[in-house]
Design a protein around this ligand. Structure first.
Ligand SMILES: *Cc1c(COP(=O)(O)O)cnc(C)c1O
Length: 394
């Protein structure tokens, strides 16, 4: 279908810079060589009216009070926030709004899932379709590792976390559904373990939708964008989160790369293999077992899933997950796990410094101008559709 579409089209575009490069050099290499002039990039964007003004009225009001409301129609205006990152009173006001949004989400969680979460914990969010390439499982392995660390060393200091998942699986995608089941099973064990004493809560919010995203995103401290490098065409929830002041933990994949370039390498948590490294390891013969044996905490987490720790009434329930990780691991979770763990430790450490975290949060929002869908649509109009905007008088 894609091949026919290319033959019949005058323009073919990827939706982030990396995606367009992969189309030209790998996925559609032959077509690029035939029709190089047809290929171009249009990095995705999001609308600031829904994904800031509507979903986060508190933050919108604070921003407009200080830099005006020109950002609603020209998102690059947000760069006027840069100097405010250095003002202590502005950072305090910024934190107060995040706290309100977290309280609002905590209320929803209590209503829908029946338990309380600590609003002083890191709200660590991964909300997107369930798919192996998006690696919700990598997030689960991190949660189990945090759990094991507290169990082994209950008195050590631990920065509390509320790990929030939301997302659907395609009806025929059995593995994705089993991963949802695992998230809920891990949540049941950890949330009810009194040794954890509310330091970790795992939340799966059912019926993910745009409306639910509008509630979760303004409350997020941390945005999980952890797909295997080379697999996520762009991502747009990465943009929504950063526009609402969450810091990103992510791989060099899709639009994460362009977000890093805009917000600055020091204001984002980047980890993991690059697209080239993923390819090189695959070529030389990837053996996930080497990583399983090379990292004792990873081995412990996988062994618990395999041994039925999270499914005592049906110990072999998650065998298909364990088998796919140990024999194949197409999305290289095991290779990236040690790097992810280290990066998450850095996140927890930095969260303790409230002022510095707030500074980074403000700088993320201030540098999100590029990711307005207004910019994307202008580029489609100019380069592909060959149409000009007209003035509409209201
Ligand atoms: C933005 C959005 C997505 C896309 O999320 P990604 O993390 O970029 O895959 C999916 N579903 C809903 C409801 C969204 O709002």
């Amino acid at each position: 279908m894609a091949h026919l579409a290319i033959v019949g089209s005058h323009s073919v575009n990827g939706v982030a810079a990396l995606h367009t490069e992969l189309l030209k050099t790998k996925v559609l290499k032959d077509f690029y060589e035939l029709f190089p002039e047809r290929f171009n990039n249009k990095t995705n964007g999001i609308t600031p009216r829904r994904w800031l003004r509507q979903c986060n009225p508190g933050l919108s009001a604070l921003i407009s009070r200080n830099i005006g409301d020109g950002w609603l129609k020209n998102l690059n205006r947000l760069s006027r926030l840069v100097p405010f990152a250095e003002q202590e009173d502005f950072r305090a006001a910024w934190r107060e709004i995040k706290a309100e949004n977290k309280g609002r989400l905590a209320g929803y969680i209590e209503k829908s899932n029946g338990f309380r979460v600590r609003t002083d914990s890191i709200f660590d969010c991964q909300i997107k379709r369930f798919h192996e390439y998006k690696r919700q499982l990598l997030n689960v392995l991190h949660i189990i590792t945090m759990y094991n660390r507290i169990k082994q060393n209950p008195k050590a200091t631990f920065v509390p976390r509320t790990v929030i998942f939301a997302g659907k699986a395609a009806p025929g995608y059995a593995m994705a559904k089993l991963i949802i089941k695992l998230v809920n099973s891990v949540a049941t064990v950890i949330n009810n373990d009194s040794d954890i004493a509310d330091r970790i809560k795992v939340v799966f919010l059912a019926n993910y939708s745009v409306s639910l995203a509008e509630l979760i995103i303004p409350a997020a401290d941390l945005s999980e964008q952890i797909s295997t490098a080379g697999t996520e065409a762009s991502g747009t929830s990465n943009m929504k989160f950063a526009l609402n002041g969450a810091l990103t933990i992510g791989t060099l994949d899709g639009a994460n790369i362009e977000i890093m370039n805009e917000v600055g390498r020091e204001n984002i948590f980047i980890f993991g293999l690059t697209t080239r490294e993923v390819e090189a390891i695959k070529e030389s013969g990837y053996n996930p077992m080497d990583f399983y044996h090379g990292c004792s905490e990873l081995r412990a987490a996988i062994d618990m899933i395999a041994g039925g720790f999270f499914s005592p009434s049906e110990p072999s329930l998650f065998k298909p997950i364990v088998n796919s990780l140990l024999h194949g691991d197409n999305y290289m979770l095991l290779a990236d796990f040690p790097l992810f763990l280290k990066c998450q430790e850095q996140v927890s450490l930095e969260y303790l410094d409230k002022e510095e975290w707030s500074r980074k949060s403000i700088l993320n929002v201030a540098n999100m101008g590029k990711f307005s869908s207004d910019r994307t649509i202008d580029e489609y109009a100019r380069d592909i559709w060959d149409i000009k905007p007209i003035q509409v008088s209201l």
